[in-house]
Design a protein around this ligand. Structure first.
Ligand SMILES: [Zn+2]
Length: 180
């Protein structure tokens, strides 16, 4: 049984490697994430898509106006994570994660099938083994990112991660409380 689990893990990692290969993807760095963007993505449009929700904070929620598109993306991704940490009350010491943003939904569906073996059409998903959130320019919003960051934080924070049902409830809670 244990051997089977090990083999399965190895298989998942092997399959996942194909979807993580990011040679030609643009890299954007935040204190916690490396964000890999498909090179055909329009960064200004992407930034607008993850800049819809008004996150309430004691600090500035706007990047420096003179920032580049990449800097704005990094600022916003980091801000969303900070808000998710605040909502869940989970403040892990140091984290190192990835976000992979494909151009379209088809690529997300392909990656999801390749990694999980399931055929569902999801806008985004998080794989803890790979410490990676997968999504696309087409499907991403700040709500979607916050939801997946909710899953990420729970998986990182709890020694025994909560059941899929509880994890989903907590991530929905994150999304509905972004303006609180
Ligand atoms: Zn979820």
């Amino acid at each position: 049984m244990r051997k089977r689990a090990l083999l399965l893990s190895a298989f998942i990692l092997f399959i996942s490697a194909a979807f993580l290969k990011a040679d030609d993807f643009l890299e954007i760095h935040t204190p916690v994430f490396t964000v890999y963007c498909d090179p055909s993505i329009n960064l200004d449009r992407l930034y607008k898509k993850i800049n819809r929700r008004r996150l309430y904070f004691y600090k500035s929620t706007r990047p420096d106006p003179s920032s580049t598109a990449e800097e704005k993306m990094a600022f916003r991704v980091n801000l969303i994570l900070e808000k998710v940490k605040e909502i869940l009350g989970m403040y892990p010491a140091s984290m190192n994660f990835k976000i992979k943003i494909f151009k379209d939904q088809v690529s997300v569906t392909d990656a999801y099938r390749g990694i999980t073996g399931r055929n569902d059409k999801v806008k985004a998903f998080y794989v803890h083994k790979l410490r990676t959130i997968f999504t696309s320019e087409q499907g991403v919003t700040d709500s979607v990112l916050a939801h997946e960051m909710g899953h990420l934080l729970q998986n990182y924070y709890f020694v025994a991660p909560p059941s899929a049902k509880i994890s989903e409830l907590l991530s929905i809670y994150v999304d509905t409380n972004l303006e609180e």
